[in-house]
Design a protein around this ligand. Structure first.
Ligand code: S3P
Length: 439
């Protein structure tokens, strides 16, 4: 059980853990490169550690030194070996979908599984297009769900127009394209996060990028490199919204990745009247980074343009909290993907924040929120549904509410944000873990 207590002003400067998406890719491309890669500020959350374990099981050496620097000894595109056991990716959709793409083109058999949440998430979105490249992937319910059994084989490049803006689908196909013959092109309806494209280029792979499509030529060479993973803007989102909501707060978040394909939340909160300054912008290995200074602000409700949704996809739980405390109405549409994340996030927010006094009406593809500028009452007990971002949103709700908020069920915060409670504590928020039951 987690309890967040109402707090006074949040103040101070913190550094966020490394970006989850970039960390997964650094491990994967590092393993496939020729030579060693040295990775600083890798996210040591459970999702990424599962990906590290998967590559160790395929013969890749990955070592962490005492100062937290990771060294990955790349084995090249043809150097992986068959895992002796089922590969368990825990809670990680990114881990499973990216590995499905990679392993489809490897000359061995593998089985991918995960926790209950991951086994209920759609895998057909990668299995079906990979099958068009020649992949042999079987899964539950007509190849739609994990566990996935993959008999690696020779693949042929295709042109694929993805119906969803999904960086996981795009990256799965590009990873398959690395070992396929010919060219693999993926296009998407709206640009999803482009860390794969940026990082492949940094590893020395030539890509053709043309608007919403990207092409990779099969059988390239990846060269090991040294890189610094930026702070995760999806983790920064929690202290950011907390500082906006708690009166008199001023917080600086150092070294946060501000890749434009990830900054939808910044744009939305600023449009609502949020005082967020982007300071000291710089580059870290092909990714833009900055410090974000956030001050308490009075927020106004907005209509979220559907084309912004992919740029803020992981931030809607905490965005819903900001909207619930804003003046007036906020409407989110075009966000049906939220229903197939680590939980059904539309339902989880309506229920969980609803228990704290928020007025959130579910829409099939989003939500309609009637804000309460006086803040939420809190005092409720809510379920995390095993979803790290739902649990953290409810904790931020508690810091900003009139009464404490309690979260039950597996909270899984270590998935993406190890040290969350301690970092919020450093800013002045009190989040406690208590053994036992709320009833
Ligand atoms: C991710 C892509 C997004 C995001 C997830 C991480 C990635 O998922 O929600 O947390 O690293 O590629 P989709 O590609 O399914 O939208």
């Amino acid at each position: 059980m987690l309890i967040a207590h109402p707090c006074g002003p949040l103040r101070g400067e913190i550094e966020l853990p490394g970006d989850k998406s970039i960390s997964h890719r650094a491990v994967i491309f590092g393993a496939l490169a020729d030579g060693e890669s040295v990775i600083h500020h890798l996210l040591e959350g459970e999702d990424v550690l599962r990906t590290v374990a998967a590559f160790r099981a395929m013969g890749v050496e990955a070592q962490r030194s005492e100062n937290g620097v990771w060294r990955i000894r790349g084995v090249g595109l043809d150097g992986l070996s068959e895992p002796l056991d089922v590969v368990d990716l825990g809670n990680s959709g990114t881990g499973m979908r990216l590995l499905a793409g990679l392993l489809a083109g490897q000359p061995f058999f593998s089985v991918l599984t995960g926790d209950e949440s991951l086994r209920s998430r759609p895998m057909g979105r990668v299995a079906a297009p990979l099958a068009r490249m020649g992949a042999r992937i079987l899964g539950r319910d007509n190849n739609r769900y994990a566990p996935l059994a993959i008999q690696g084989t020779e693949l042929t490049g295709i042109e694929y127009a993805s119906p969803v803006a999904s960086a996981q689908v795009k990256t799965a196909l590009l990873l398959a394209g690395l070992s396929a013959s010919g060219r693999t092109t993926v296009s998407e309806p709206v640009l999803s996060r482009d860390h794969t494209e940026r990082m492949l280029a940094a590893f020395g792979v030539e890509l053709d990028r043309d608007g919403l499509s990207v092409t990779v030529q099969g059988r390239p060479r990846l060269r090991g490199l040294e890189l610094i993973v930026p702070g995760d803007i999806s983790s920064a989102a929690f202290p950011m919204v907390a500082a906006l909501l708690v009166p008199d707060s001023e917080v600086t978040l150092r070294g946060v990745g501000i890749n434009p394909s990830r900054t939808g939340l910044l744009d939305l909160l600023r449009e609502m009247g949020g005082d967020i300054a982007i300071l000291n912008p710089r580059d870290a290995g092909g990714e833009p980074v900055a410090d974000l200074r956030v001050r308490h602000s009075r927020l106004k409700g907005i209509r979220v343009p559907p084309e912004v949704v992919p740029r803020a996809i992981d931030e809607f739980p905490v965005f819903a909290l900001a909207a619930a405390c804003a003046e007036g109405e906020t409407v989110v549409t075009g966000a049906e993907e939220l229903r197939v994340k680590e939980s059904d996030r539309i339902q989880a927010m309506a229920l969980g924040l609803g228990r704290q006094g928020a007025r959130i009406e579910e829409l099939p593809d989003g939500m309609r929120v009637q804000g309460r500028p006086e803040g939420l009452e809190g005092g409720g007990v809510a379920e995390a549904f095993g979803d790290h971002r739902i649990a953290m949103t409810l904790m931020i709700a508690g810091l900003a509410a009139q009464q404490a908020v309690t979260v039950t069920g597996r909270a899984n915060i270590e998935t993406s944000f190890p040290g969350f409670a301690a970092l919020m504590g450093a800013l002045g928020g009190r989040i406690e873990r208590i053994e036992g039951n709320a009833r």
